[in-house]
Design a protein around this ligand. Sequence first.
Ligand SMILES: *Cc1c(COP(=O)(O)O)cnc(C)c1O
Length: 380
Amino acid sequence: MNIPFNKLCLEGGEIDNVLDTIRSGKIGGDGKYNQLCQEEIAQTLGTKQVFLTTSGSSALELAAIMYNIGPGDEVIVPSFTFVSTVNAFCIRGAKPVFVDIRPDTFNMDETLIEKKITGNTKAIVPVHYGGVACEMDPINALARQYGLRVIEDAALAFLSTYRGRQAGTLGDVGCYSFHETKAIVAGEGGAIAVNRVEDVERVEILREKGTNRAAFLRGDVEKYVWVNVGSSFLPSEMIGAFLYGQWRARERILSKRKAIFDNYTRLFQPLIDNGTVRGPVIPGPCAINYCQYHLLVKNEETRNRLLAFLRGHRVQAVFHYVPLHGSPYAQKKKWGKRLPVTDDVAARILRLPFYNSLTPEEQETVAGLVYRFFGESKKP
Ligand SMILES: *Cc1c(COP(=O)(O)O)cnc(C)c1O
């Protein structure tokens, strides 16, 4: 049996919607399905407006441009994240200031942020790791106190909540990804939740290539013209059509993923209880979207041997982020400081196969191999 890490699982509507779009003859951006997605997602999330983007990365870039973050500015970010979180700001000349993570959730440690704030700090960028929201109340309080923007990287946290509110709607803007490895997918694609009404027009102009085309389409102006800088961030209708199929099936998708997550927890509970491994930690204020399941083992050597053992039995488990502060680029720019928790977690974490159609039998195979590995590694 070959158990991949990820697998595309269709819910039905995706193919119908994509065919419908092609047959309609309108495959450009912001047609029927993109608009349906934007309207329904904004309403469900409870935010001012949602715009689809070509990726989670481009949603983050849009946020950086929106708030004029550039040379001389600093943004406070975790190092335990995907490169796009930081690239979005560095590509515009800003400097990332890395903050260590909490040992339980692997989210940025909110108690370490204030020390990193300088006169140049423009924004805090919380990344909701594994779909678990950061401690947003203290982060927002700091942002208010120091006049900073909060740009949530909610790429992994679409439909996760914090104190009953949707991840991505807790700061100024939230960035989501529908990359094929996330919980709700469209191949590529992303979205930005604009949580302040005064920012909506700015985003409309930025993603319409710097024109007031959105106002023109509403009939607010007679012709549309170049009013500011901008670019093209909107995906084609094919992405919106596929995404709308997933969106309409979101409750089914999340309940399948919850069952898989809970089953992994049940299978690993004895190993968790005897301290051999640690599973995901979900603090009280957080409800997750079940985007992944990970284990933390005792050291890097064990993690790497376990990964190799699983792969040897055709189970595709994977590690996660290679910390950014130690990467060649960050080292060259002298942005790297020691971050003990980040380095420790990155060395010991592994993620197990996780997709909507993963069967209980496949999960037993994965768990059985993990048990066998630890049984065998105890032998002299
Ligand atoms: C996936 C991911 C991104 C990037 O999203 P894309 O849609 O692949 O561009 C950004 N940040 C985090 C934390 C991610 O997991």
